[in-house]
Ligand binder design. Structure first.
Ligand code: DX5
Ligand code: ZN
Length: 227
């Protein structure tokens, strides 16, 4: 039986001059999704990549592409990212005035719609929208950079989001993003996260394949222990 664990390596920490090589290594190690961090220098203090990179990733990746939009006014760009090959698109709750409309729009384009919560946004902010989303992303660092330190309060946030979704009758998965590594992935899985983004802990090592495999095994083990 599948545990539902999905590893989502973040290419933000990959070698941009060798993206195909790095993605292939992560996929050999068991990557289930390829996480693409889009930053605009406005909502977050960093600028990263846009639809052409997603298109390039699409050519080499054999796994679905998970696009995390850390941009102001994401509605303007969602279609371009879906056309470029995004299978999952998540928007920050802090960036959209009409979240229900945005999620409906993502779905109408044929992608899965996710909502991301900054560390300072309470789980309760999801209450009115809990049954209308396909996945929730809990940020465990302040968005903007890879390789930051995990914020421990995120564990409790996962539990709260899990409970809130359950109360709304939703089985939407929880994705955890930021500072995930071998020291915390087991407790994150035990708290209820099933999708694990990892950038530095995978591409910051000399062996992305082995790092992906190791993280995945730890998450699987914690899930089995819970069952
Ligand atoms: C942070 C990004 C993350 C980041 C994760 O703003 O959303 O996806 O790349 O990288 P690590 O795992 O290095 O914290
Ligand atoms: Zn991300």
């Amino acid at each position: 039986m599948s545990s539902g664990i999905r590893m989502a390596p973040s290419i933000l920490s990959a070698d941009f001059a060798a993206l195909g090589r790095d993605i292939a290594a992560a996929e050999r190690g068991g990557a289930d999704l390829i996480h693409v961090d889009v930053m605009d220098g406005h909502f977050v203090p960093n600028i990263t990549m846009g639809p052409p990179i997603v298109q390039a990733v699409k050519r080499v990746a054999t796994r679905p592409i998970d696009v995390h939009l850390m941009i102001s006014d994401p509605d303007r760009y969602i279609e371009a990212f879906v056309n470029a090959g995004a299978h999952m698109v998540s928007v920050h709750l802090e960036t959209v005035p009409h979240l229900h409309r945005t999620l409906t729009y993502i779905r109408s384009l044929g992608a899965l719609a996710g909502v991301v919560l900054n560390p300072s946004t309470p789980a309760a902010a999801l209450e009115a929208i809990a049954s209308d989303l396909d996945f929730v992303v809990v940020m465990s660092v302040n968005p903007g950079f890879g390789g930051q330190k995990f914020i421990p309060q995120s564990l409790d946030k996962i539990r709260r989001v899990r409970a809130l979704l359950g109360a709304a009758g939703s089985s939407a998965p929880i994705e955890i993003d930021g500072g995930v590594d071998a020291s915390n992935i087991e407790s994150l899985a035990a708290a209820g996260a099933t999708i694990f983004v990892a950038g530095n802990a995978i591409f910051g090592t000399s062996d992305a394949e082995a790092a992906t495999r190791d993280l995945r095994a730890r998450a699987e083990q914690a899930t089995r222990a819970e069952a």
